[in-house]
Design a protein around this ligand. Structure first.
Ligand SMILES: *Cc1c(COP(=O)(O)O)cnc(C)c1O
Length: 403
């Protein structure tokens, strides 16, 4: 295979889990395996052999000693190795072709891969829910595909077409359907990745790209669940600057906020709220979710102008709130307005709608919603999640049914 040839010439390559977490490996994958017939591969991918009592051919030597059953009631937001992932490659200047499912496991990269040296990479995030009737639901997957394409343009990467993206997501979810939590217990988090996998030395776009999709069952993102989260407004560290990459889901935006997030967590906060880097008074967003404030019948959220990630949950909540008769404004929102709000909530695929119980700014703590979760936040959370879980009629055409 032309696109793999670089690997054969390298003295050593680096093997990484797609999640970059060094869990014990069940099925270390390397590109040579692609030469085997696809079915042979697919028949052997069961990870830990423990989903929904389906005990597929169990891996002979390297099984982990993890619990033989998933504890669906205590899912958090951490990586659980599942059975399959999807992979598709493309050379710079060409189109993605020949995507296929393969065993979830390590990928092999040159030490000089574009992603490792220059951060040429993007990720996406969406969820699949299981309905009581067994149907599997995706929420607006084409929006993720379009956002990946926008980000790819900014990062000088080729991207899969919307159809290829959605097809890859569907195949990955169906291949791992035993890992989708039962209704009400959580969801299957889907993580597409687009990375510069080809070798470069001087700063330049990589000569080869890999699109991967892997999945992991998840419960609540914040350990608080629907209980209110506590945010601290960060005044020194900025997540994004005008002209930068804050508006795309590029991997480099995230390691850069770990320091502020880690400090916040060690002081008991759930996450960090960033301000604009120029005036240091307008709200931007939280590390991985967007923010809304409610005052009376008006719901306001910072407008998308390059430094804020255009969340699909954000966009959906704006429509849901408008349909419910709220006045929704996308504009500059000051930190003073935030402190004076009736309710505050965050939105994102991972957090869905997360009510904010307190905001701390320059040492001053302001609380919202005297009795826990605010009325409007609860109402919007319920409207959106019932749609995503297929419990209410989807008048917007947002839900994609599998099977
Ligand atoms: C992914 C992300 C969001 C939320 O986007 P959704 O499409 O709603 O999941 C918000 N902010 C940042 C920084 C993100 O990375």
């Amino acid at each position: 295979m032309e696109s793999n040839s670089v690997h054969h010439h390298l003295p050593s390559a680096i093997k990484l889990l797609p999640s970059l977490l060094q869990k014990p490996l069940i099925f270390p994958f390397n590109f040579k395996a692609q030469k085997q017939p696809r079915l042979a591969l697919l028949a052997n991918c069961s990870n830990n052999g423990y989903s929904n009592n389906v005990r597929l051919a169990s891996p002979s030597s390297t099984t982990t000693s993890e619990s033989p059953e998933i504890d669906w009631d205590n899912l958090g937001f951490s990586i659980v190795p599942t059975d399959y992932m999807y992979s598709m490659k493309c050379a710079q200047g060409e189109n993605f072709t020949n995507g296929q499912l393969q065993c979830f496991g390590n990928i092999e990269l040159s030490p000089s891969a574009g992603i490792l040296n220059y951060g040429q990479g993007l990720f996406e995030g969406l969820k699949a829910y299981r309905k009581h009737d067994g149907k599997i639901l995706l929420f607006r997957p084409e929006e993720n595909a379009l956002r990946l394409r926008m980000g790819a343009e900014r990062m000088c990467m080729p991207a899969p077409s919307v159809e290829q993206f959605v097809e890859a997501v569907k195949q990955t979810v169906l291949a791992n359907k035993n890992w989708i939590p039962p209704p009400g217990k959580g969801s299957l988090y889907i993580r597409p990745l687009l990375l510069g996998s080809g070798a470069v030395l001087g700063l330049a776009p990589a000569p080869e790209y890999t699109f991967l999709v892997y999945v992991s069952p998840v419960g609540n993102y914040f350990k608080e669940g629907l209980a209110p989260i506590n945010l601290i407004v960060e005044t020194d560290v900025h997540r994004a600057t005008p002209g930068g990459t804050g508006g795309v889901k590029t991997i480099g935006n995230y390691a850069a906020v770990l320091k502020a997030q880690k400090a916040a967590k060690s002081n008991g906060y759930s996450d960090v709220l960033y301000l604009d880097s120029i005036h240091k008074k307008y709200l931007e967003e939280v590390s991985s979710c967007n923010i809304f404030i409610i005052k009376g019948n008006v719901i306001s959220t910072p407008e998308i102008a390059g430094t804020i990630l255009p969340g699909i949950t954000r966009k959906s909540i704006i429509d849901v709130a408008c349909n419910q008769g709220f006045q929704v404004e996308e504009r500059l929102v000051t930190v003073d307005e935030l402190l004076d709000a009736d309710e505050v909530f965050c939105t994102g695929t991972a957090v869905v709608v997360s009510p904010v119980g307190s905001v701390t700014y320059l040492g001053k703590r302001v609380t919202f919603g005297k009795e826990g979760v605010g009325r409007v936040s609860r109402q919007l959370h319920s409207a959106l999640t019932s749609l995503q879980m297929g419990l209410t009629e989807d008048k917007m055409g947002w839900v994609v049914e599998l099977e």
